[in-house]
Design a protein around this ligand. Sequence first.
Ligand SMILES: [Zn+2]
Length: 385
Amino acid sequence: MSCGGGEDPQPVARCFLCESTADSAPAGHTDPDSGPKTPTMSDCPPQTPLFSFGVIADIQYADIDDGFNYTRSHRRYYRSSLQLLGNAQKGWCESAVRPDFILQLGDIIDGFNKRHGASERALDSVLTELSCCPVEVHHVWGNHEFYNFSRSELLRSKLNSTPKTEPGSSPNRPPAPADCYAYRFSPFPGFSFVVLDAYDVSLLGRDTSSEQYGNALNLIRQHNNNEDLNCPPVPEGLGQRFTMFNGGFSKGQLDWLDSVLSSADDKHERVTIVSHLPVHPNSTTAMCLAWNFDELLSIIRSHSSVVCYMAGHDHDGGYCQDKDTGVHYLTLEGVIETPPDSDAFGTVSVYEDRMVLKGNGRIKDRVFLFAGCQSDNKQSDTCCS
Ligand SMILES: [Zn+2]
C-alpha cells in the first residue's frame, strides 16, 4: 500500500498559535517585545515540546462505495478514508518533529466489512498504511472493532497495543476483569496516558451466553424498550445514550483507574485519558455518550492529575473545558465523514504547562492549558460546568 497521497507538505517548524514559520526550533520566538502584536508572543510556548503525538479517529475503512449514516444526514466516504489515513501518515512523517506515538481512537474499520467477509483484509489495509510511518500506535477499541471481531480475537490481534510490563514493575492494566482492554503508559517522565475500554460493559464482542452479556442486556433493558436496541429510547436528552452501539466501564476498570489516578496525583503527573466514547455531555451529542459517563466524570473530578480526555465516536467532534477542574474534553472529528479533499488528523505538542493541538482539515487548532498554569491566553472555546 502506498504511503503517499497527501497534497501539501507540512511547513517547517511553526508556532501553531502564531501561525508564523521559524527556521530552526518549533519555538523560534525569542523577543516578546518586537513586531506586530497580533497575537501576542506570550501565546507562544517558549520552548520546544517535551514530546508530541498524533491523533486520528473513526477511520472506518471499507472497500465499498460512499454511503450515509443512519439518519442519512451525513455522507460516509468508506473507500477514501484510507487515502485520508495516508495523508495523516505523510503529515506526521514529514513534520519537522515526528510524533513520538499515534493515538488511534477507535473504529479503525467499518462494520460493513464483516458482511462482506472482508474484516481481515480491511484491517490489513489500514495497518499497512499505518506502518508507513515507523511510529508506535496505541489503538483504542470502538463499536466497529466489535462488529468485525470478538473480544478474544481483538485481544490476540495487532489492535491490542498493551505494552509489555517490565518484571517487578507496578501493574499497568486492571487486575479484573481479565479481558478488559485498558492500560496505562508513560511516554515521558511526569506524563501518563490511560487507554480505557468503553465496551467493557456491552452487548458487543461478548458471547450471548456469557454472564457479561446478560448483565449488559439487563442494564440496557432498564432504559430501552425498543425491539431494535440500536434505536435510542427517547428522542432527546441524556437517556439517548442507552443504545447497543454504546457501552460502559465496569466497576473493576473504574476502581483500577481510580488507583492509577491516586498514584499520579501523589507524583504530580499529568494524565490524559483516551477512549472511544465521550464522557462529558458538553463535548458530544447525548446519543454518543458512554452509558455510565457520570461515574467516570466523578472519578476524574476527584483527582488533580487529569488534564485531558480524548474520544472519537461522534463524527461531528466536540470540545469543552470543565470550568471547575480545568480538564479538557475533546471529541475528535471522524475521518469517515470527512470529504476526500479535506483531512481529519492532528498533532499534539506537549509542554510543561499545556498541550497544543495542531489540526488538519476538519480538526481545529486548540490549546489545552493545564489547570493551575497561568497564561495570558484567551481560551476562546466553550467552558462547561
Ligand atoms: Zn464508534
